[in-house]
Design a protein around this ligand. Structure first.
Ligand code: HEM
Length: 365
């Protein structure tokens, strides 16, 4: 009898797990031939194609893709968990661009709001869905990046975010971490979000040298930025020192004061350094997996700030799968371990391969 009861309960568990699996693997084929988990997501595939061809110049990890990611941050961070600020990831930065573009921290962001606006009108999406879909699609064009989530169904934004919600490179670490905490992010998540600076360049920090990248590999989502920010600074890439800029290690490279200070501050230094390097068995390698996992998780939170996630539809499968990438962290030519400004006492910094030849000059992107 007991045996029969056991068999019966095992069968129930098996049937239940088969039902759950069937639900998990439910697939809908759209009229376009694309396959997705929810019919509502079918409407997004032609918009993804339009973005890839029109906005991102044929699936490129170029300036528009980088700026689309920056825009998603500047949009979402308008939020406070304590209330009284903006609507978060609601697209207010695009819908009310005349207001938000005038904020000092949004310098240069008009290029991407102007670039996105005609595609936004054509898409028929809410501004929030458009901004955060464009960020996920643009980021997917960068080899090494994670496939970001996309939740569909944000209502239109009600009002512009107020000024002074976006961190500035001149801000102190305390001010930056307080702002991130106010928006619901821990110091570790703040550093995870800053992985974005691996595909970044500055146009307005020094207006004489637009397109000056933050690391030597701005076209790939790798850990190199976490290493290069730790290297001893030697020069300014352009017209001397600008507000928010500190000495960078390589000609043609821009180092933000905020990135450098976060890499050296006891509250964040170990998170910063852990992103660059890890011990694997008996040798050191980059920490690509940690970086992409933490970035994806922190971005998933950022992309729905201020939204009721339960009311949104998970359309992450419309986001293209990023190209495969073999990461291989190296010291730029002429740099070695002695040039690393290690601020995390519990993580020893190893020797790494150094690129051969003279110190490079990093070209603008
Ligand atoms: C402490 C926080 C941050 C500060 C102070 C900061 C500051 C900046 C500055 C000054 C620029 C250059 C703007 C220009 O001159 O054109 C920039 C670029 C960029 N930032 Fe940040 N940022 C922060 C966090 C973030 C986060 C959390 C993200 C995304 C999740 C992000 C994504 C980007 C990207 C992708 C670019 C490059 C845009 C392009 O190349 O067009 N940033 N950031």
């Amino acid at each position: 009898m007991a045996f029969i009861r056991l068999v019966a309960s095992v069968s129930v568990v098996l049937v239940a797990s088969q039902v759950a699996n069937a639900a998990l693997t439910k697939r809908v084929t759209c009229a376009s031939g694309h396959v997705t988990t929810n019919r509502a997501c079918c409407a997004l595939f032609p918009i993804v194609d339009m973005l890839q061809e029109g906005l991102f110049d044929g699936n490129e990890c170029g300036e528009e893709a980088h700026s689309a990611l920056r825009l998603s941050f500047h949009d979402a961070i308008g939020f406070s968990v304590h209330g009284g600020k903006g609507g978060g990831a609601d697209g207010s930065i695009l819908a009310f661009n005349k207001t938000e573009n005038a904020f000092h921290a949004n310098g240069g962001i008009d290029d991407i709001t102007d670039g996105q606006f005609p595609f936004f009108l054509k898409s028929g999406l809410s501004a929030g869905d458009f901004v955060h879909l464009a960020a996920a699609v643009g980021t997917s064009n960068c080899p090494g990046a994670p496939r970001l989530e996309f939740m569909f169904g944000r209502p239109p934004p009600k009002a512009p975010a107020p000024d002074l919600t976006v961190p500035e490179p001149t801000d102190s670490v305390t001010k930056i971490l307080e702002r991130f905490a106010d928006a619901g992010f821990s110091p570790q998540e703040a550093i995870a979000l800053l992985s974005s600076h691996t595909i970044a360049a500055a146009d307005v920090v020094d207006v004489t040298i637009p397109g000056t990248p933050f690391d030597s590999t701005a076209g790939t989502f790798d850990t190199q930025v976490f290493l290069e920010v730790l290297l001893k600074g030697k020069q300014f890439p352009g017209n001397g020192s600008q507000p928010g800029e500190v000495l960078s290690p390589l000609a043609g490279e821009m180092r933000l004061q905020s990135d450098f200070r976060l890499s050296q501050d006891p509250r964040t230094a170990c998170f910063w350094q852990a992103m660059s390097i890890r011990l694997r068995y008996s040798y050191y390698t980059d920490n690509q997996q940690r970086m992409v996992t933490e970035f994806k998780a922190a971005m998933a939170k950022l992309q729905v700030l201020g939204q009721n996630r339960a009311k949104l539809i998970d359309c992450s499968d419309v986001v293209p799968v990023p190209k495969p990438f073999n990461s291989n962290i190296k010291f730029p030519a002429t740099f070695s371990r002695k040039d690393v400004q290690v601020a995390c006492p519990i993580l020893p910094f190893p020797n790494l391969a150094t690129v051969a030849g003279p110190a490079p000059t990093i070209p603008p992107v």
